[in-house]
Design a protein around this ligand. Structure first.
Ligand SMILES: Nc1ncnc2c1ncn2[C@@H]1O[C@H](COP(=O)(O)OP(=O)(O)OP(=O)(O)O)[C@@H](O)[C@H]1O
Length: 618
């Protein structure tokens, strides 16, 4: 299987070994249980602990009702046994069925809730064993500063609650963002409230309270600091500066209780910088920095790479910096790895750097990426991560690997992943169309298996298929050709079907039906489908691997088609608009000439621009 081949010799073995070592430590572990309102209790688990005893402790310490609640670790609802829960796992105590309703009013913690008996170190690092020592050093600096009264400062910008924590000289050391202060979360300090943790958030495919672990995932995936993501970890942190949206806390007794507020938060090293990319000309951005950040954004399907999330550092070269050379630092990865395919936002997509071909080093880095290894690593480091996010990671990494080996540049890969607006409607991206197609092939092969087993007469299949899909049999000459593809015939048919749907404007609704019709086959509680054309989480493991194989087979023909289609489409569109503009008899031949000259000039200017940037940087 293509998917199996992709796994390669590295596939997860390190992490499986790692897992078994963890299994030996299963006797004594520390977990962090967060309630839907954001309160957190750190609990030591010994062998005798189970869900019931943990709930009891929560009830006693946080005074939260625990009837009709479930204890969750990522996708998994913990029954009673806790032996599989790993050390440092964050767990969520949710009211049963809460996630299914977006209209459920959010809970606010009562003053009583805020009194917690867990009074460990003010900042405790959760998980991320591999980077623990460096993070611990930063934490120690902050704790020392807090002891001498140097308090954190709230960050003014952004929609969520964020705080700069400082060192003993007053310098910023880290930015801490509590998960219960994200946009829409119960304790957001900027008025964007109304949901409980675990409900769909600002973006439908990212739940409220789950941007923190995504920030950490981006850091962990950025091997060797390739894209420059600052050190990021999850922490349990206690400080009175944090926000709680509860009047009782601001009353007479409030202050004392605020001292005890524990939160789970993302913790990111502060990077001194001069401005962000929205305040700086993009032409001085190094090609390699743009490429490396782009490569990361594609792997993690970043839906929030706006210019404000790229910090710009002017390089200090002792005054020789005639060319204003700068470095870029990507931040704010809270909206990456969505639970289903989304429309990404890639600020760099129209920057000329993105149209320069990948360098040999970059191609080598991409070739070495192993998405199955990445997924296994994330499962170990971040046990709360949803399988759906990991599938997005696998899919996008395969897409990147194949696109780069085919010879596409960063801008082209990004373009194929981005949706387009046709009038007022959003159309699926090329990537999404390929996925829809790969899922259709799954359905077709299911039909083949069922039919063959019922009739034991394989020759009948073509007949049945034609009957079922009568209108699909008119295959036009220009449809993508699936050479060397075992599913060639059916691939052509359904691709043509999709392009027909697109012509009639039905794509959105049909493809959604298509994507959901296989039903929910794994137990994960899934987010509503409202903003996605394709879900990946509803396939079982076997279907997922078969889907990936189909997906991979469809990629190269789709890349060919994209390259051809792009130029052809633009030519036709421009000719049409010129023709409409005036006197046909005169203008057709003239428009042809004019268009070709214009088009040629535009391409020359673009190439010259790219060449200048290339010469400038190398
Ligand atoms: N690692 C960092 N080093 C230095 N400054 C940072 C870092 N991370 C964030 N900042 C600063 O803090 C501001 C807010 O951070 P960030 O954008 O991550 O928060 P946010 O609440 O998620 O914002 P938004 O709502 O815009 O997504 C940034 O604009 C940036 O100026």
């Amino acid at each position: 299987m293509a998917a199996a081949a992709l796994k390669g010799p590295l596939s997860g073995s390190d992490y499986l070994n790692n897992k078994s070592t963890e299994g030996n430590q299963a006797v004594r572990r520390r977990v962090f249980v967060q309630t839907e309102t954001g309160c957190v209790l750190g609990i030591e688990l010994d062998g005798s602990e189970n869900v019931h005893t943990v709930k009891k402790k929560l009830q006693l310490s946080l005074h939260v009702p625990t009837e009709e609640t479930s204890l969750m670790c990522g996708d998994t609802v913990l029954k009673n046994d806790l032996s599989t829960v790993r050390n440092h796992s964050p767990l969520l105590l949710t009211r049963n069925c809460l996630h299914r309703s977006s209209s459920t009013p959010c809970l606010s913690p009562s003053a009583k809730d805020l009194y917690q008996k867990d009074q460990s170190c003010p900042i405790e690092v959760i998980g991320c064993s591999s980077h623990f020592p460096v993070t611990k050093q930063l934490v120690n600096d902050i704790v020392e500063a807090m002891k001498i009264g140097i308090d954190p400062i709230p960050v003014r910008g952004g929609l969520g609650g964020a705080y700069f924590f400082r060192g003993i000289n007053g310098e910023n050391v880290a930015i801490i963002k509590p998960t219960d202060e994200e946009p829409f979360a119960p304790n957001n300090p900027k008025g964007f409230v109304g949901k409980a943790l675990g409900q769909p958030g600002l973006k439908h495919s990212v739940r409220v309270g789950e941007t923190g672990f995504r920030e950490v995932a981006a850091y962990l995936l950025d091997y060797d600091g390739f894209a420059n993501v600052p050190l990021t970890a999850l922490v349990k942190v206690t400080h009175p500066i944090f926000n709680i949206n509860n009047d009782a806390v601001n009353g007479n007794n409030g202050h004392q209780q605020r001292e005890q507020i524990n939160k789970i938060a993302s913790f990111q090293q502060f990077i001194p910088h001069d401005c962000d990319a929205s305040d700086h000309g993009t032409s001085s951005f190094p090609v390699s920095a743009v490429h490396r950040i782009g490569i990361l954004d594609i792997r993690i399907l970043n839906i929030d790479r706006h210019a404000g999330n790229l910090l710009v550092r002017k390089l200090d070269d002792g005054g020789v910096n005639r060319f204003n050379r700068v470095d870029l630092v990507p931040i704010d990865h809270g909206l990456c790895l969505p639970e289903s395919l989304e429309d990404p936002y890639f600020e760099w997509i129209h920057w000329p750097q993105a149209s320069i071909p990948f360098s040999e080093d970059e191609l080598q880095y991409i070739a070495n990426l192993d998405p199955f290894h990445d997924s296994e690593m994330l499962r170990v480091e971040l046990p709360m991560i949803h399988e759906a996010c990991l599938r997005v990671l696998v899919l996008c990494t395969i897409f990147l690997k194949e696109a780069a080996s085919f010879g596409l540049c960063l801008a082209q890969v990004g373009d194929m992943m981005s949706r387009e607006f046709q009038g007022h409607a959003e159309e699926p991206s090329k990537l999404e169309l390929i996925c829809i197609e790969a899922r259709s092939l799954l359905q077709i092969s299911d039909m083949t298996v069922n039919y063959s087993s019922e009739n034991e007469d394989e020759f009948q299949f073509d007949l049945e298929y034609e009957t079922l899909n009568g209108d699909l049999s008119r295959i036009s000459e220009d449809t993508v050709s699936f050479q060397k593809n075992p599913c060639e015939k059916y691939g052509n048919i359904s691709m043509n079907y999709l392009s027909k749907l697109a012509e009639t404007g039905e794509t959105k609704s049909k493809s959604r039906i298509n994507a959901t019709s296989l039903g929910n086959k794994i137990s994960n509680e899934q987010l509503p489908m409202s903003s996605s054309f394709v879900t990946l989480a509803d396939m079982n493991e076997e279907e997922w691997l078969a889907f990936l194989e189909n997906f991979q087979n469809l990629l190269h023909p789709a890349f060919e088609n994209y390259k051809l289609g792009k130029v052809g489409q633009r030519l036709t569109q421009s000719l049409n608009s010129s023709a409409k503009a005036g006197d046909l008899a005169l203008k057709l031949p003239f428009a042809d000439v004019l268009f070709i000259v214009n088009y040629g000039l535009m391409r020359m200017v673009l190439r010259l621009n790219i060449l200048c940037i290339y010469l400038y940087h190398y």
